[in-house]
Design a protein around this ligand. Structure first.
Ligand SMILES: [Fe+2]
Ligand SMILES: [Fe+2]
Length: 280
C-alpha cells in the first residue's frame, strides 16, 4: 500500500541482488579511509540481526491485516529485508575476519533483540517502525549526497545504494501495518514516538563504542586526519548526520507518514542499479 501524500501507491518489488564484495577491501573501501569505511561497516553489523527482528515483528501482524494490497506489500517487505540480511551477512563475514571482535558485537545486538522480543508485540513493532524511519532518512541522505560514495569501491557502493533504494521503496510498509493495527489515537502516538526516542538512544549508545573498538583494533584512534575526514562527512561541510536531525524529528508530528518525505523520484534508479549489479 504505502500511499504518498499525492495518493500514489507504492508496491515494493522483490529482487535478488548479489553484490559479491571483495573482502580484502573491507577496511578501506570508501575513500581509502578506515574512519569512513569502518563507520559504515559498523552500521552493517546491525543489519542481519536487526532485519530478522523487523521481519518477525511485522510478520506477527500479517494475519490481522485485511487490506490485500498491504498484505502483498508485507510479503515484498519481508523478501527485501531477507535479501539485505543475506548480503550483509557476507559483508560482516569480511568484518569478522578483519576485526575479530566484531563477531561478538553482532552477537551482542542479537541477544539484545532477543530481550526486546520478550516485550509486548506492539512495542516490537514500534521499535521496528522507528528503526525503519531511521534507515529511511539515512538512505535518503546517502542517495541525495553523491560525495559520500564518490570515491568508493564500485561493488561496496552498489550494495549501499541498492540497500538504500530498497529501504526507500518499502519505507512505509511497516508503518502502514502499525496504522492498520494500532490506529492514530494518542496512545498509539505515545507508543510510536517513545519507540523512536528509545531506539535512537539505545542504537547510538551501542554503535559509538563498537565503532571506537573497531578503530582501536585498526590502530586508527589517534589518526587525526581520519577523524577530520569523518567529521567533514558526518557533521562538517557534507554534514550527513547533521542534516538528519530535522527529518528525524518530523516523526514526532502526530500526522507523520513516511511518504511525507516525498523522494519517490529516487526509485527510478532501482532498475538501472539492478542491471548494474548483474553486469558487475
Ligand atoms: Fe534492509
Ligand atoms: Fe527496511
Amino acid at each position: 500500500m504505502t500511499a504518498s501524500p499525492t495518493g500514489q501507491i507504492y508496491m515494493p518489488t522483490q529482487r535478488n541482488l548479489h553484490f559479491r564484495l571483495d573482502p580484502e577491501k573491507i577496511a578501506n573501501w570508501n575513500k581509502d579511509s578506515a574512519h569512513v569505511s569502518h563507520f559504515m561497516n559498523t552500521l552493517s553489523l546491525f543489519f542481519p540481526v536487526g532485519e530478522r527482528f523487523f521481519i518477525d515483528s511485522v510478520r506477527h501482524y500479517r494475519d490481522s491485516i485485511t487490506d490485500p494490497e498491504l498484505k502483498k506489500a508485507v510479503k515484498a517487505f519481508i523478501g527485501q529485508e531477507a535479501m539485505h540480511g543475506r548480503e550483509h551477512e557476507e559483508y560482516n563475514g569480511a568484518m569478522f575476519a578483519k576485526v575479530p571482535a566484531t563477531r561478538g558485537m553482532e552477537r551482542f545486538v542479537e541477544s539484545l533483540l532477543n530481550q526486546v522480543k520478550k516485550l509486548p508485540k506492539g512495542w516490537q513493532l514500534s521499535a521496528t517502525i522507528a528503526l525503519e524511519h531511521f534507515t529511511a532518512i539515512l538512505a535518503d541522505a546517502l542517495l541525495t549526497e553523491p560525495r559520500i560514495l564518490e570515491d568508493a569501491d564500485s561493488r561496496y557502493a552498489l550494495l549501499w545504494r541498492g540497500h538504500a533504494l530498497e529501504e526507500t521503496e518499502h519505507k512505509a510498509v511497516a508503518f502502514d501495518v502499525w496504522e492498520a493495527v494500532k490506529g492514530t489515537d494518542p496512545l498509539a502516538y505515545v507508543e510510536r514516538t517513545a519507540g523512536l526516542l528509545l531506539a535512537s538512544l539505545i542504537f547510538w549508545s551501542i554503535a559509538i563504542p563498537f565503532y571506537l573498538r573497531v578503530l582501536y583494533h585498526e590502530k586508527q584512534l589517534t589518526n587525526l586526519k581520519g577523524w577530520a575526514k569523518l567529521f567533514h562527512y558526518a557533521f562538517g561541510k557534507v554534514g550527513t548526520l547533521r542534516k538528519l536531525i530535522g527529518p528525524w524529528a518530523d516523526y514526532f508530528r502526530p500526522s507523520f507518514h513516511p511518504w511525507d518525505h516525498d523522494n519517490r523520484e529516487l526509485l527510478d534508479q532501482l532498475e538501472v542499479l539492478a542491471r548494474e549489479v548483474e553486469a558487475a
